[in-house]
Design a binder for this molecule. Structure first.
Ligand SMILES: Nc1ncnc2c1ncn2[C@@H]1O[C@H](COP(=O)(O)OP(=O)(O)OP(=O)(O)O)[C@@H](O)[C@H]1O
Ligand SMILES: CCCC(=O)O
Length: 356
C-alpha cells in the first residue's frame, strides 16, 4: 500500500489530501480570508504560512509525516510543457522560487512538497501544472505581433474532469469534443478537442470572464488611461488584474456564498455584479463552442463556484444547454488527479517526466 500526501495551494484556499493507493483517506479545504492573504507582499512570502497549516493538519489528524511513500504538489508557473507527472528537480525549484515565469499560489505546491519529501527521504512530484500547453497555433494569434496568447489554465482539474466526463459518457476522451469551465478563484474555459486543449483563455493574465478576485478582459483603452493616470503604482495595477479585481473590487468579498446571501437578502448591486459574472461566463462558453464548429459533445462545469446551485449553475444551464448537455463536477477532482498521477509513477505504470 502506498500513502500519498497531496498539497494543493489555490488562490483562495489550500487543499490537503491523504491517499492510500487510490482511496482518499482524508481531505481538508482551508479557505483563506482575503485580508489574511493581503498581509503577504509576494506569493512566495506565504510559504511558511501555508506549510505550517499543512503540518498542523497532519499533527491534528495524528499522521506521521514519515508514513508517506511520496508527496505531490500542484505545479506552478514554469515554461510551457506537455501534460504529465514531473519529478521535482532543482531547476524547477529555482524557477518557482524566483517566480521566473510569474507569481501563482500553485508555485508553493512544488516548493512545500519538495521540502517535506526531503525531510523524510521520499520523492516529490507535480502533475499537469497551470502551464500545460496544447494550444493550436491559430489560437496564439493575439491581434498584434508584440503579443502572443498563452496557455495558462487549471490544466490539472480540466484534464481530470474531462476524463471523468468521458468515463461517464462511456466514451474515449480522445474521441470527444468538450468544453470544460473551471470556476474557482480564477476561471478558465478550455476547448478539449479530441483529448487536447487547443484553445483556452489565459486565466491568470487578464483574459476571460472576471472572477471572484480577477478582472478578466477589461476595456483596453480605459485600462491604458488608468495606467498613465499616475494614480497607481505598477504593483497596484497588477493587483487590480489579479487579487483585487472581480467580485472583490465590486463587492469587497471573494466568497460566492456571501454574494448569494446578499442577493437573497435583496442587495441589488450584488445581484447585478454576480449576474454580470454569469453573463460573461456564458459568453465565453459560446465563443469557445464556436472553435469546435458548435460540434460539442458535452460541457462540464467545475471548480468551487460550481457548488452554487441557486443562480449560477441553473442560469448557465438554461443558456448553453442548447449547445450540448451540461454536467456539473462541483469542486473538481484535483486532489484525486494528483494522487493518481503520483501512484502511476510509483507503480511504474508511467515514467516521471523530467523538467529541463
Ligand atoms: N459551496 C459553495 N457554494 C458556492 N460557492 C462556493 C462554494 N464553495 C466554494 N465556493 C466559491 O468558489 C470559489 C473558490 O473556488 P476554488 O476553491 O476552486 O478556488 P481556488 O482553488 O482557491 O482557486 P483556483 O480554482 O483558481 O485555483 C470561491 O469564490 C468560493 O466562495
Ligand atoms: C491559471 C490557473 C490557475 C488560477 O487561475 O489560479
Amino acid at each position: 500500500m502506498y500513502k500519498i500526501l497531496v498539497i494543493n495551494p489555490g488562490s483562495t484556499s489550500t487543499k490537503i489530501a491523504v491517499y492510500e493507493d487510490e482511496n482518499q483517506r482524508l481531505k481538508k479545504v482551508i479557505d483563506h480570508d482575503v485580508n489574511e492573504l493581503k498581509k503577504f507582499k509576494a506569493v512566495a512570502d506565504q510559504y511558511e504560512f501555508r506549510k505550517n497549516m499543512i503540518l498542523q493538519f497532519l499533527s491534528e489528524e495524528g499522521i506521521n509525516l514519515h508514513s508517506f511513500s511520496a508527496i505531490i504538489g500542484r505545479g506552478g508557473l514554469l515554461r510551457p510543457i506537455p501534460s504529465g507527472t514531473y519529478e521535482i528537480n532543482d531547476r524547477m525549484l529555482e524557477e518557482l522560487r524566483s517566480a521566473k515565469y510569474g507569481e501563482h499560489e500553485s508555485n508553493l505546491g512544488a516548493l512545500i512538497a519538495n521540502e517535506l519529501a526531503e525531510q523524510i527521504g521520499v520523492k516529490a512530484y507535480i502533475a499537469d501544472p497551470v502551464v500545460v500547453d496544447e494550444m493550436e497555433d491559430i489560437a496564439r494569434v493575439s491581434g498584434h505581433p508584440f503579443f502572443h496568447r498563452k496557455s495558462i489554465f487549471h490544466a490539472l482539474n480540466q484534464k481530470a474532469v474531462a476524463r471523468s466526463l468521458s468515463e461517464k459518457l462511456g466514451r474515449n476522451y480522445y474521441d470527444l469534443n468538450l468544453i470544460v469551465v473551471h470556476m474557482g478563484g480564477g476561471i478558465s474555459i478550455g476547448v478539449h478537442k479530441k483529448g487536447k486543449v487547443v484553445d483556452v483563455n489565459n486565466a491568470l493574465d487578464g483574459d476571460g470572464p472576471f472572477t471572484p478576485e480577477r478582472s478578466g478582459t477589461l476595456p483596453l483603452v480605459g485600462f491604458i488611461d488608468l495606467c498613465y493616470s499616475g494614480k497607481y503604482s505598477e504593483g497596484e495595477i497588477r493587483k487590480l488584474i489579479k487579487g483585487n479585481g472581480g467580485l472583490i473590487a465590486y463587492l469587497g468579498t471573494n466568497d460566492v456564498r456571501e454574494v448569494v446571501k446578499r442577493i437573497k437578502s435583496g442587495d441589488k448591486k450584488a445581484e447585478l455584479v454576480y449576474f454580470g459574472l454569469i453573463h460573461q461566463i456564458v459568453k465565453w462558453i459560446g465563443k469557445m463552442s464556436a472553435v469546435l464548429n458548435y460540434d460539442v459533445d458535452a460541457i462540464a462545469l467545475t471548480g468551487g463556484m460550481a457548488y452554487e446551485n441557486e443562480f449560477l449553475v441553473p442560469q448557465i444551464k438554461e443558456k448553453v444547454s442548447f449547445i450540448a448537455p451540461v454536467y456539473v463536477f462541483p469542486g473538481g477532482d484535483e486532489e484525486k488527479a494528483l494522487a493518481l498521477a503520483a501512484l502511476r509513477v510509483i507503480k511504474q505504470e508511467e515514467p516521471a517526466k523530467m523538467y529541463k
